[in-house]
Design a protein around this ligand. Structure first.
Ligand code: NAP
Length: 284
C-alpha cells in the first residue's frame, strides 16, 4: 500500500507520516513546495506519477479569521483544491480520507452533533470545508470524511503552545469559557487515520479526544499539568471579538467510531499530558 499525505509541514500531516512510517507503510508527505492545491494540473501530474492507493488530505487553508477577508483564496484551496484531489483519487481508484471540522455545524444548543446532522457553517472557513466534504462525497467512491476540532500537535502552532508562551510573562490570563468542544491531539488522531487507511469502513466520522471542555478549562488543565502557577479567569466570547464567528457548541458524537469497530481516542486530559511530555522531549 502506498499513501500520499498532504499538509506534511502542518500539525496533522506531520504526525500521519510518522505513524504510517512506524507501521512500515510506504508514505510520501507533500506540502505546497511539491505542488499547490490551487494548481490543478501540477497536483494531477504529481499524484498520477506517485499513484497512491490512499490519499490522506490534511492540507488546508486554516487561518480562520483571515479567511473572512480572503474567502476566494480559502475556497480555492479548501473547496476547489479538494474537488481536484477527489477527481484524481477516483481516477486512480484510490481511497481518500478528507479531514474536516466541527465548523460545518451551526454550533448552537448543547447536544452532541451526529455525523448526518444539519450543516450550517457560521464562517467562511467552515463553508469552504463543507464544500470540500461535498466534493469528496460526490466524486469519490472509497471515502472517509473525518471531522475534528481544537487541534494540537508537535509540528505547528496551537492554543496550548500559545498558553504556555503567555505563561512565561503572565500570572493571570483571561480565557473564553462559553465555547465547549473537544481537543484533538494529532498524535492520537494519526493512529486512527492509519487504521482507516488500512480498512474499507468508508463513511463520515467524528474523531476528537474523549470528553469536552471549554478553552478556559483546557488552559487551566495545561497549566496544572505543566506545573505553571497561572490563574485562569473565565470570560465570555463577547470579551474577545474575532473576525470569524466561533461556534459555542462544538460537541460531536463519536459513537460512529465504535459502531464501525474503530477505537475512540484517549481522554483529552491524558492527551494534554502526553503532548507536554512530547514538547519537553523535543526541547531537550
Ligand atoms: N487546526 C485546527 O484547530 C483544526 C480544527 C478542525 C479541523 N482542522 C483541519 O485539520 C486539518 C489539519 O490541520 P492542521 O492544523 O494540521 O493544519 P496546519 O498546521 O495549518 O497545516 C496546513 C497545511 O496545509 C498546507 N497547505 C496550505 N495551503 C496549501 C496549498 N495551497 N497547497 C498545498 N498545501 C497547502 C500547508 O503547507 P505549506 O506549509 O507548504 O503551506 C500545511 O502543510 C486541516 O484540514 C484543517 O482544516 C484543523
Amino acid at each position: 500500500m502506498k499513501v500520499l499525505v498532504t499538509g506534511v509541514t502542518g500539525q496533522l500531516g506531520y504526525d500521519c507520516v510518522q505513524e504510517l512510517e512506524r507501521r512500515g507503510i510506504e508514505v510520501r508527505g507533500v506540502a505546497s513546495r511539491d505542488f499547490s492545491l490551487t494548481d490543478h494540473a501540477a497536483a494531477k501530474r504529481y499524484i498520477e506519477t506517485y499513484r497512491p492507493d490512499v490519499i490522506i488530505h490534511c492540507a488546508a487553508y486554516t487561518a480562520v479569521d483571515k479567511a473572512e477577508d480572503e474567502q476566494e483564496i480559502c475556497e480555492a484551496i479548501n473547496a476547489e483544491g479538494t474537488r481536484n484531489l477527489a477527481k484524481i483519487a477516483q481516477e486512480l481508484a484510490a481511497k481518500m480520507i478528507y479531514i474536516s471540522t466541527d465548523y460545518v455545524f451551526p454550533g448552537d444548543g448543547e447536544r452532541f452533533y451526529e455525523p448526518a446532522d444539519k450543516k450550517e457553517p457560521q464562517n467562511a472557513y467552515g463553508l469552504s470545508k463543507l464544500h470540500g466534504e461535498e466534493a469528496v462525497q460526490e466524486l469519490v467512491e472509497k471515502y472517509f470524511i473525518v471531522r475534528i476540532s481544537w487541534v494540537f500537535g508537535i509540528n505547528g502552532r496551537n492554543f496550548i503552545r500559545t498558553m504556555l508562551k503567555l505563561a512565561e510573562t503572565h500570572d493571570t490570563l483571561t480565557v473564553v469559557d462559553d465555547q465547549i468542544g473537544s481537543p484533538t491531539y494529532t498524535h492520537d488522531l494519526a493512529v486512527l487515520l492509519a487504521d482507516m487507511a488500512q480498512s474499507d469502513k468508508y463513511g463520515v466520522y467524528h474523531a476528537t479526544n474523549e470528553g469536552v471542555c471549554s478553552w478556559a478549562e483546557l488552559a487551566a488543565e495545561t497549566f496544572r499539568q505543566a506545573g505553571r502557577k497561572v490563574t485562569v479567569t473565565p470570560v465570555p466570547s463577547s470579551a474577545y471579538p474575532t473576525k470569524a464567528v466561533r461556534p459555542k457548541n462544538s460537541r460531536m458524537s463519536k459513537d460512529c467510531l465504535e459502531a464501525a469497530g474503530f477505537h475512540r481516542l484517549p481522554a483529552w486530559q491524558d492527551a494534554v499530558g502526553r503532548y507536554l511530555h512530547e514538547l519537553n522531549s523535543k526541547a531537550e
